[in-house]
Ligand binder design. Structure first.
Ligand SMILES: [Zn+2]
Length: 354
């Protein structure tokens, strides 16, 4: 199996905030191009890679969707050379102070290095006390003098995380945007494995836009591609200090399979049986309603598309130090590839509602 770490490192070092995914889409496109038969960008910017199967036409197709957009920030106000910010997607504001960021300055078309900071505690209003500050109290400092900031930065400019990916002990990688570029890496492993494995179904490798903000990419790609079924890959909550409930899962212990009204039980069971047969460790993620992932958007598109959710645990979700186990990503990629090769030509007709 190829080492996915270099690609994953480059994936999270390229920007692509929700609604502005072109830079990361370019990188994924070039990586997928030799692995698929056709590759194109949808009307709203999602990436569609088609790997053709060998079955007779009309040939069924499976969409495997991974969202490529990132959470981040946007300039809301410029005051005395400092930038005020608001969020793009759901961001954990508690860990923003001290973050290294890039300001995508549209006035000068520059990428400015900056840090997120706040006023010293003694200069904050008493009401703020020792409480966690809201995003309105945070500032972004580029180091530039006020006049230069006024010239270069405009209200509405994007601000993205800039900290480098960091390898911790064991096989843990820490960095921003592992939700959900780690899924893109898993799908890439799947495509690599499929190079030497015949499969009957067509596979649409899909990198969607705007999952963090509107699910636009998943809705529109599912509608355009109209697959017979879909698998969505995304992160779930890892166990960690203070995170030990039934909806948290141990990192490095296997692939997560979602089960609930958002997923088709028939597909779920097929994935579960396959994992067991191949001795790929897996865990069950019981999801009571809307999974909060692209799986929901795909499921309710067009006539309805049977969907499954495959997951890997992320510690410190939606922070600049999201952490994952690389083993989980390798196993996810392998399970996806094995699922594809296991599909019989008439599998879609055998899906039943119990
Ligand atoms: Zn995600």
């Amino acid at each position: 199996m190829t080492d996915i770490l270099p690609f994953l490192r480059s994936l999270i070092s390229v920007s692509g905030l929700s609604g502005y995914e072109a830079p990361v889409a370019d990188l994924i496109k070039e990586t997928w191009r030799p692995l698929v038969d056709e590759i194109s960008i949808s009307r709203v910017g999602s990436l569609h890679g088609l790997k053709r199967g060998t079955g007779a036409s009309p040939r069924s197709s499976l969409m495997i969707a991974t969202h490529m957009d990132a959470i981040g920030m946007r300039v809301s106000k410029v005051v005395d050379g400092f930038l005020h910010i608001t969020n793009v997607g759901g961001i954990d504001v508690r860990v923003l102070p001290g973050a290294e960021v890039t300001v995508h300055a549209s006035g000068s078309d520059e990428e400015l290095p900056a840090v997120v900071a706040m006023r010293p505690a003694r200069f904050l209003p008493e009401s703020a006390g020792d409480k966690v500050l809201t995003i309105e109290h945070l500032l972004v400092d580029t180091g530039l003098l006020p006049r230069a900031v006024e010239r270069k930065v405009r209200v509405g400019d994007l601000v993205s995380f800039a900290n480098e990916p960091f390898e911790l002990a064991g096989d843990v990688l820490s960095g921003h945007t592992l939700d959900n570029r780690a899924s893109v890496a898993a799908l890439t492993i799947c495509l690599q494995e499929l190079q030497n494995k015949p499969h009957v179904w067509n596979v649409w490798a899909t990198a969607t836009v705007q999952e963090e903000t509107s699910f636009l990419g998943a809705y529109s790609s599912a509608f355009e591609l109209r697959p017979q079924m879909a698998i969505v890959v995304d992160g779930c909550f890892a166990k960690g200090p203070g995170a030990s409930g039934w909806q948290t899962f141990q990192m490095g212990k296997g692939v997560g399979l979602g089960l609930g009204p958002n997923m088709h039980p028939f597909l779920h069971n097929r994935l579960r049986e396959l994992a067991e047969r191949l001795e790929i460790p897996w865990f069950l993620d019981v999801t009571p309603g809307h999974s909060g992932t692209d799986a929901f958007a795909v499921q309710i598109t067009a006539e309805g598309i049977p969907a499954a959710l495959v997951e890997f645990p992320i510690r410190y979700m939606h922070t600049p130090v999201e952490s994952i186990s690389l083993k989980d990503i390798q196993r996810t990629g392998r399970l996806l590839a094995e699922f594809v090769t296991s599909l019989e030509a008439d599998f879609a007709d055998t899906i039943v509602w119990e």
